[in-house]
Write a protein that binds this ligand. Sequence first.
Ligand code: 2AM
Length: 204
Amino acid sequence: MLDYQNRECARLRQTQTSGRTIRVFFAIWPSNTVKRQLYSLSEKLEVICSGQRVRAESIHLTLVFLGEMRASELDAICLAANNVKVPAFTFIVDGTRYWKSNRVVYAATSEVPPELSDLVESLKANLAANRFAFDHRDFTPHITLVRKVKPYVLPKSLSSFERPIIWPVREWMLVKSEQASDRSVYTPIKRWALVSDSEINTTL
Ligand code: 2AM
């Protein structure tokens, strides 16, 4: 694991000095337990909506999409993100939705946790203060599970579940996205822990 991280850091440093750009975004990634539940949900969805399900290791929730950035800007992006202090929270996945224009089916929540909205707003404010450009569209928390779906109406049992998936969120990260022949490959660059309430109070 350490070897892998060292190799990744060395590769990033090389990219940083080469003037190349990399595609990056901030996101939260599910634990193995939550990932298994979401992946098993996508198995049902893939069958009924004839799409292509997202690979288990790629399931995530995007916070802010930055897009192509100069690799030399990465340190400054991380410094801006260091200012974000938001408490840990729980994200409750309690339904799926069809997003017609993107042809995806995604997992959603009926109640966006205020801490998640604060995390996104604080990240955007710190990025904007440092003059970084990002996607300014309103934040709609979505976890894409199936892509390239046919026009489709979700059965009631899948638009709202009786037994929600409980996702405890303890950290968020900056992620690099690379295009492989048939898919996107995501690699974490840096992680930040969400803070406990006591840490928030002592920094006020
Ligand atoms: P998606 O799940 O709806 O495809 C990496 O590309 C991640 O950033 C994906 O989760 C993708 O959302 C999200 N994203 C948000 N805005 C994007 C944009 N303008 N272009 C590509 N991906 C975007």
